[in-house]
Write a protein that binds this ligand. Structure first.
Ligand code: NOJ
Ligand code: MG
Length: 531
């Protein structure tokens, strides 16, 4: 293999939601020793890196995305010694460890915010974003929190409003303040020095706001069935030019440590999204998360177009990436059904670009009903009835058929998937036709055929429900053909090639008939045509 591609270009990232991976101390909540105990599963899958959602001390109002100490470990998850053990165990398996960095906001319980709200004169007052009331006493502008309601909270003690893009318990930090900036760079150093291989950066495009705090424009497309956030376009509250310099500073620091990766959470249209790569001279994040597979319909023609547009939008030095599931998005198998979830796994793991694979999707966990009295997600609790709950994607990993699915010895914090007695890791491990076996085969194939990770990609013109593309490196050529429909279909083959060996099919007994069965995805070797 050529070594011109760094590990994060070739590799696959596996997202672990720590509360829901494995409980080790019988409190119904996953923890770091639990993750360590289950590393064999991660290694056997064949991924390259683990990204952990936040593990830091937190009141857990937003399940860890409200950080009260950036350099500690929440006691429910363990302590720094447990973290060091986990980090060493991950590295011992040849895997990398990526943490979640939450720079836009802290918890209101963070000592910095306690200082900031203590008085208008405190040196840390300006580490957060404080503004006077509007002349009528109301909030300074019309900005809306992502979780609904005004993005401003009144502080009676000091007579000003503070900004919070999410919960009022998540005050936004002021990245225009040099002291705050320096303190946050020290946070990155703290974890890099401890050996972490990178960060996923939470809502990176949010971190700087327009200095004049003008009203956001109203969204003409808003309808009452949409979230309150969408009433306005976040034109002035996100994606400000000054944020790119900070993103470049993060990158410079990461590069000084060598071989680390920064993944930015960014929801923007292609042209604005691509800017987060920075320039070759002053690069920014390695991978601005690409959520288009989550945000668009499961339709071959839509996918064909979005893949082409996304590829075309990348700067020459920009490496692509793909996400299909996360702790925020509905489960892929709930969206498209189990048969198509297999097709989706083939797509995610064979597109050109670094895939992020979400825990539990290797079992094709589908819809998990959450009884009303067990809803935990603040976004859902604040805006009920919109069907935007995130708990259903955060349910515990079902490991086996023992009580509580081997996740815990007590009732877990969220319910298990209802079919856990049969849909669990142990059951699927024994079944060569399972989703788990398919994902393992896919990842092994990706490792064995360089074309699938770093090869060039050419989209082919398929019809109807068929999406097809070629991956190629040197003389190795592979065809990926996906049937997103429920009737058999033909698939296109490049004019200068003919079909060779079928390397993988989502269907157990695929015949070499040059066709796709209903809901089938295929990976086939291509041979150059002999004249
Ligand atoms: C994005 C995270 O993925 C989500 O879970 C969280 O609620 C928000 N950012 C706020 O931190
Ligand atoms: Mg626990």
């Amino acid at each position: 293999m050529s070594d011109t591609h760094p590990w994060w270009e070739r590799g696959v990232v596996y997202q672990i939601y720590p509360r829901s991976f494995q409980d080790s101390d019988g409190d119904g909540i996953g923890d770091l020793p639990g993750i360590e105990r289950r590393l064999d599963h991660v290694a056997a899958l064949g991924v390259d890196a683990i990204w952990l959602s936040p593990i830091f001390p937190s009141p857990m109002k937003d399940f860890g995305y409200d950080v009260a100490d950036y350099c500690g470990i929440a006691p429910i998850f363990g302590d720094l010694a447990a973290f060091d053990r986990l980090c060493a165990a991950v590295h011992a398996r040849g895997l990398r460890l990526i943490l979640d960095f939450v720079p836009n906001h802290s918890s209101d319980q963070h000592p910095w915010f306690q200082d900031s709200r203590s008085s208008r004169d405190h040196p840390r007052r300006d580490w957060y974003i404080w503004r006077d009331a509007a002349p009528d006493g109301g909030p300074p502008n019309n900005w809306i929190s992502d979780f609904g309601g005004s993005a401003w909270e009144w502080d009676a003690a000091t007579g000003q409003y503070y900004l919070h893009a999410f919960l009022k318990e998540q005050p936004d930090l002021n990245w225009r303040n040099p002291g705050l900036r320096a303190a946050m760079m020290d946070v990155l150093r703290f974890w890099f020095d401890r050996g972490v291989d990178g960060f996923r950066i939470d809502v990176l495009w949010h971190i700087v706001k327009d200095e004049g705090f003008p009203d956001n424009p109203l969204n003409p497309a808003w309808t009452p069935d949409r979230t309150e956030r969408d009433r306005v376009l976040q034109l002035h509250s996100t994606d400000q030019p000054e944020a790119h310099a900070i993103s470049a500073d993060f990158r410079a620091l990461a590069d000084a440590y060598g071989d680390r990766v920064l993944i930015g959470e960014i929801f923007l249209p292609n042209d604005r999204h691509a800017r987060w790569y920075g320039t070759l001279e002053r690069p920014q994040v390695h991978l601005p998360f690409n959520f288009q597979l989550i945000e668009n319909g499961w339709d071959a023609r839509i996918l064909h177009r979005l893949i082409a547009d996304y590829q075309a939008s990348l700067p020459p030095h920009g490496w692509p990436n793909w996400v299909i599931g996360s702790h925020d998005a509905p489960r892929i198998a709930a969206r498209v059904g189990e048969a198509q979830a297999r097709v989706a796994a083939v797509l995610l793991l064979t597109l050109r670009g670094t895939p992020t694979f979400y825990q539990g999707d290797e079992l094709a966990i589908g819809e998990v009903p959450i009884p009303p009295d067990r809803v935990c997600d603040p976004q859902d609790l604040r805006q009920p009835g919109l069907g935007i709950g995130r708990d259903r994607s955060r349910t515990p990993m079902p490991w086996d058929a023992s009580p509580y699915a081997g996740f815990s010895t007590v009732e877990p914090w969220l319910p298990l998937n209802p079919d856990w007695p049969t849909r669990n890791v142990a059951a699927q491990d024994r079944d060569p036709a399972s989703m788990l076996s398919l994902v393992r085969r896919l990842l092994a194939l990706r490792r064995a055929h360089e074309a699938l990770s770093v090869g060039a990609m050419t989209l082919l013109d398929g019809d109807g429900d068929v999406l097809a593309y070629e991956r190629r490196v040197g003389s190795e050529r592979l065809l990926v053909a996906l049937n997103l429909g429920s009737v058999a279909a033909t698939f296109p083959v490049p004019a200068d090639a003919e079909l060779g060996e079928v390397l993988l099919s989502t269907h157990p007994a695929h015949g070499a008939d040059g066709k796709l069965a209903a809901d089938e995805a295929l990976i086939v070797l291509l041979k150059g045509k002999h004249r």
